[in-house]
Design a protein. Structure first.
Length: 368
């Protein structure tokens, strides 16, 4: 199959490292794995195209008034339009974020391009934006052009209901990580620090900082998020993100490998959050403490005290108690370390995610 992936900027610059095996593959959303299966895969970065004119002013006004679908703005609309020639001869197009997916559907709607079949769209976080009547109606119409993949079960019911997406055109495809890159250390040595990683708005670092005052371990926090003032002495902040790369993937892997445990504190949301950090840490045989939210990506195989520790939203004490449990009960620590890696091998590999993408591509070709 000829498959075209449309990404937000950042992937093409990393392709040399990807080809050399120096970085993990998961944030290419299955493209390298499909290439390895013999498919003709094209990687396209969709850059914003800045322009100041009446159309831009009108578009931005429509978005502010909640008339355009969530995550659609003028610069990305133009960016997608600029890349339409790259998708014309594709068998299947995969839009990796909602803004690109909706923009592609809009140009299809206005017949600027007429794709011969549906494209695959990865959606996440639409309900972080208000969904008024006009926005919902327009989004429903645009969803007809795509087959939707979600990272977790939490959003599935609301997506079906709000946008009236038929069951056969939407499915959950839980994210996976590169288990070959994210792997345990050979020497097995550990340092006595807790690691927290992430920049999305659902990270509850306020709660983590409050809990830190009652935790007798150093906490290393890798984020660019604004943090509460007057941090406790045991909290050390490392500034970094996937895009700016102050901390490289190999350095992050070492942080996972050496950590006593990884903590992923979250606020309530139906959006999957903390998924990649959780899976990366588990792949490195590091126990994970994760806030259970409505957006937990799957509820069947992630089991409290079997392969992960769950805490309650906004509950400082359950977080403190989980850290103490790991420190006081080495049996639980070793059990979670081993079982976490096993969970990845069974359910959390990027190859499994890519396999489901491949199956969806075949369905697109067979049915349309």
């Amino acid at each position: 199959m000829r498959i075209v992936y449309l990404y937000l900027p950042g992937r093409l610059a990393r392709l040399p490292d990807l080809r050399a095996g120096r970085i993990p593959t998961e944030f290419f959303y299955g493209a390298p794995e499909l290439e390895a299966q013999g498919h003709d895969v094209k990687y396209v970065d969709v850059h914003d195209v800045p322009a100041v004119n009446k159309l831009r002013v009108a578009t931005e006004l429509l978005f502010k008034q909640k008339y355009l679908p969530a995550k659609v703005y003028f610069a990305i609309l133009l960016g997608v339009k600029k890349n339409l020639p790259a998708v014309r001869d594709a068998d299947v197009v995969i839009a990796t974020v909602p803004g690109i997916a909706f923009s592609l559907a809009i140009w299809n709607f206005f017949r600027v391009i007429e794709l011969p079949r549906s494209f695959i769209a990865i959606h996440c976080g639409l309900f972080n934006y208000p969904q008024n009547g006009v926005r919902q109606i327009l989004s429903r119409r645009l969803f007809c052009y795509m087959r939707t993949h979600l990272f977790g079960e939490g959003e599935l019911k609301e997506m079906k209901s709000s946008f009236r997406i038929p069951a056969e055109r939407i499915e959950v495809n839980c994210f996976g990580v590169d288990e070959k890159f994210w792997s345990p250390s050979q020497d097995g040595g550990r340092d006595d620090y807790i690691l927290a990683v992430g920049n999305d708005s659902r990270r509850d670092y306020k709660l983590l900082v409050q809990a830190a005052r009652n935790i007798d371990k150093k906490i290393m926090l890798l984020t660019k998020r604004d943090l509460p003032p007057n941090l406790p002495d045991n909290v050390k902040v490392l500034n970094g993100s996937w895009h700016t790369r102050e901390v490289g993937d190999d350095e992050l892997r070492e942080l996972y490998r050496k950590a006593f445990c990884v903590v992923v504190p979250l606020t309530e949301s139906i959006q999957p959050s903390g998924q990649s950090v959780t899976l990366q840490a588990m792949a490195c045989c590091t126990p994970v403490i994760l806030t259970r939210t409505q957006g937990l990506w799957e509820n069947k195989n992630l089991q409290h005290r079997e392969n992960i520790l769950f805490t309650e939203v906004g509950n400082i004490q359950t977080l403190i108690d989980s850290v103490r449990l790991l420190g006081e009960n080495k049996g639980v620590w070793h059990k979670l370390s081993k079982a976490g890696r096993q969970y990845i091998l069974q359910y959390g590999c990027i190859g499994q995610f890519a396999g489901r993408i491949e199956t969806a591509c075949k369905k697109v070709l067979e049915n349309e």
